[in-house]
Design a protein around this ligand. Structure first.
Ligand code: GLU
Length: 469
């Protein structure tokens, strides 16, 4: 039997990192089993779906290594509406489902208590189809539904505790539970790997599989991803969109490595490992049962390591979207014609060891391309103290006298200027850095000045000096 798994996102928003993790787990499982990965877009909630969300999912998957053309699909759930209705009709014909027109209030009035699920009133009343008549599944009164779950063993659900749930609404449209089952069935899905939040649906869905006469799939419910307060990651509260991480400059390799560590670890105390190791070693049945903390700080550190491991030329390539502002990435503060690829190449190795996400490249190098630096006023006030004007005067004079404009000469020259005042290099270079780059932190100063060049450096230092009059 060929293993067939699916990833079935609903295009109702940005692509959630938890979804990306499930997609990768499905992807790896299919690969390990010599199976097929199917992508199905669950787009039946017309009010909440937007085509651009679908496009976002496809491109985010592509980015993370699940590339278009290398999986089956995408299929669209909405295209299978006929099958969903036919299945509902079959369940009705076989007596496994019945019509009901009760409202919640009706049920409550009958049972005289808080609503605790449907009471089965219409089970044997023979109500026919009609506007406002929902179709309910007749759950067995006895026995239990045992779900075979690769992560959780065999969770068992008492059938008598499962209410006769709705499978088609009063307007005849099948609900998610049924559509999802019918699609999995039609697509020959053998293993359903998905988020834990769907576990409560699973006994109902398994009953539907059985009632439709097909052997249910094997399930695997992966634990939820939570924030530092152990709350489920939510799009209103947390940064959950994979696209947001991509646009900030996380590398796809770092991201997918990190996502796979949520609830699982490779052998030998390692965390940063080549993707091929993850593909070999990952085991669904080793995934932890407890929820997984999505630690952005750790992800940043990971990403920094991935950035440092790039050959410089690849790092330069990887920075391009932020240097030019492509796609959904904001453009940099300089004009395209101000950008100087050689100057960038000269400082790239210095930047590569210092940034954790690629977008940080921009504030580190903008001083090289802008006609005048973007002055951070707080940094200016903090740095330009009594004596800064005179120090800048002396530094300008000393730099003007330099024969060779190179990092080493610049450094020893400024060191000497500071020494005359009894200042250490750190204190001496701070006003120069702010004058030239606008900031207190950044790339190594003297290499930066070397690349910026004599004229531009001196002009900026003189301009800063004038501001201090
Ligand atoms: N469309 C559902 C979701 O995004 C998928 C449910 C499933 O994987 O079965 O939560």
């Amino acid at each position: 039997m060929t293993v067939r798994v699916r990833f079935a996102p609903s295009p109702t928003g940005m692509f959630h990192v938890g979804g990306a993790r499930s997609a990768l787990q499905n992807w790896i499982y299919a690969k390990q089993q010599g199976g097929v990965f199917v992508l199905r877009i669950e787009d039946t909630d017309a009010a909440r779906n937007k085509p651009e969300w679908t496009e976002g999912i496809l491109s985010a998957l592509d980015w993370i290594g699940i590339s278009r053309g290398s999986y089956e699909g995408p299929y669209f759930q909405s295209a299978n509406a006929g099958e969903h209705r036919a299945a509902a009709a079959r369940l009705h014909e076989s007596g496994r489902a019945y019509y009901c027109d009760c409202t919640r209030e009706d049920v409550q009035a009958r049972t005289g208590s808080q609503y605790q699920g449907y009471d089965g009133y219409h089970r044997d009343r023979g109500l026919g189809p009609g506007p406002g008549h929902a179709l309910r599944f007749r759950t067995p009164d006895e026995g239990a539904t045992v779900v075979v779950d690769l992560i959780r063993g065999e969770p068992t659900f008492e059938n008598k505790l499962i209410e006769d749930f709705v499978i088609a609404r009063g307007d005849g449209s099948p609900v998610f539970l049924l559509a999802n089952v019918v699609d999995d069935m039609t697509m020959g899905i053998t293993h359903v790997i998905r988020a834990e939040e769907h576990l409560p649906n699973t006994p109902k869905q398994q009953l539907l599989w059985e009632a439709l006469g097909v052997k249910p799939p094997i399930w695997a419910h992966v634990p939820v991803v939570v924030n530092e307060k152990r709350q489920k990651l939510s799009k209103r509260r947390d940064k959950v969109a994979l696209e947001a991480y991509r646009d900030e400059g996380y590398l796809a390799g770092a991201m997918r490595n990190y996502l796979m560590l949520l609830g699982w670890a490779p052998s030998g105390d390692r965390e940063i490992v080549p993707w091929s190791v993850i593909e070999d070693e990952f085991r669904l049945d080793e995934v932890n049962l407890s929820s997984a903390f999505f630690d952005e700080k750790k992800l940043r550190a990971f990403n920094g390591e991935y950035i440092r491991a790039l050959p410089v030329a690849e790092f330069v390539d990887a920075c391009q979207p932020w240097l030019t502002g492509t796609g959904t990435i904001a453009p940099p503060p300089w004009q395209p014609e101000e950008f100087d690829a050689d100057a960038f190449a000269a400082v790239a190795p210095l930047a590569q060891t210092r940034i954790a996400v690629l977008s940080e490249i921009v504030p580190n190098v903008d001083f090289l391309f802008l006609a005048s630096p973007l002055i951070d006023e707080a940094a200016w006030t903090k740095t330009m103290k009594d004596g800064s004007a005179e120090l800048l005067d002396d530094a300008v004079a000393a730099f003007e006298a330099l024969e060779s404009w190179d990092a080493e000469s610049l450094k020893s020259t400024l060191e000497a200027v500071g020494a005359e005042r009894g200042l250490k290099l750190g204190k001496t270079q701070a006003p120069v850095r702010v004058a030239v780059t606008g900031r207190t932190v950044g790339l190594p100063l003297f290499e930066s000045l070397e690349v910026l060049g004599r004229e531009r450096t001196l002009t900026r230092m003189r301009a800063a000096r004038l501001r201090l009059v």
